[in-house]
Design a protein around this ligand. Structure first.
Ligand SMILES: O=C(CO)COP(=O)(O)O
Length: 139
C-alpha cells in the first residue's frame, strides 16, 4: 500500500461553509488522506467529518499559512486546496502570498477555488486508486 496522500486544506472565513461542503462530498477519498489545515478551517472540518485524519496548525492570521508553507518546503504536502475569499482585505495577505509562492516553487497542485479543487481531488483519486491497483497486482 503506497503512503497516504497528504493534503493541505485552508479556507478564508467567507469560504468555510464551501470547504465543509467540499469535504463532506469527498469524505470517502479524504478518509484515505492525511490532512493538514489552518486552525479554524481544521476545526470546522473535524466537526463536519470526525473520521478524517486532520492535523490543525495555528489559525491563518497567527501563522498557520506559514506553517503550511514550511511543510510544503519540506516536501510533505502533495496538494494545496485553498478556498480564497477574493473580496475581503486580509491583515495577513503577505502570508497568503508567501504560501502560494511556495506551492509554485515546489510545483505542487494548488487549487484556489472549488471548481479547481474538484478537478484536483478527482484526478488524485484516480491516480491513488491506480497506484493501489498496481501495488495489489504486484502483490
Ligand atoms: O486565514 C486563513 C488563511 O489565510 C485561514 O485560517 P483559519 O483556518 O484559521 O481561519
Amino acid at each position: 500500500m503506497p503512503n497516504k496522500l497528504c493534503l493541505a486544506l485552508i479556507a478564508h472565513d467567507q469560504k468555510k461553509d464551501d470547504i465543509v461542503s467540499f469535504v463532506r462530498s469527498h469524505a470517502d477519498f479524504l478518509e484515505g488522506c492525511t490532512i493538514y489545515a489552518t486552525g479554524t478551517t481544521g476545526g470546522r472540518i473535524q466537526e463536519a467529518c470526525p473520521a478524517l485524519d486532520v492535523t490543525r496548525m495555528k489559525s491563518g492570521p497567527l501563522g498557520g499559512d506559514q506553517q503550511i508553507g514550511a511543510l510544503i518546503a519540506e516536501g510533505r504536502i502533495d496538494a494545496l486546496i485553498f478556498f480564497v475569499d477574493p473580496l475581503t482585505p486580509m491583515p495577513h495577505d503577505v502570508d497568503v502570498k508567501a504560501l502560494m509562492r511556495l506551492a509554485i516553487v515546489h510545483d505542487i497542485p494548488m487549487a484556489l477555488n472549488s471548481a479547481t479543487a474538484e478537478i484536483v481531488v478527482d484526478r488524485m483519486g484516480v491516480v491513488a486508486g491506480h497506484e493501489r491497483y498496481l501495488s495489489a497486482a504486484r502483490g
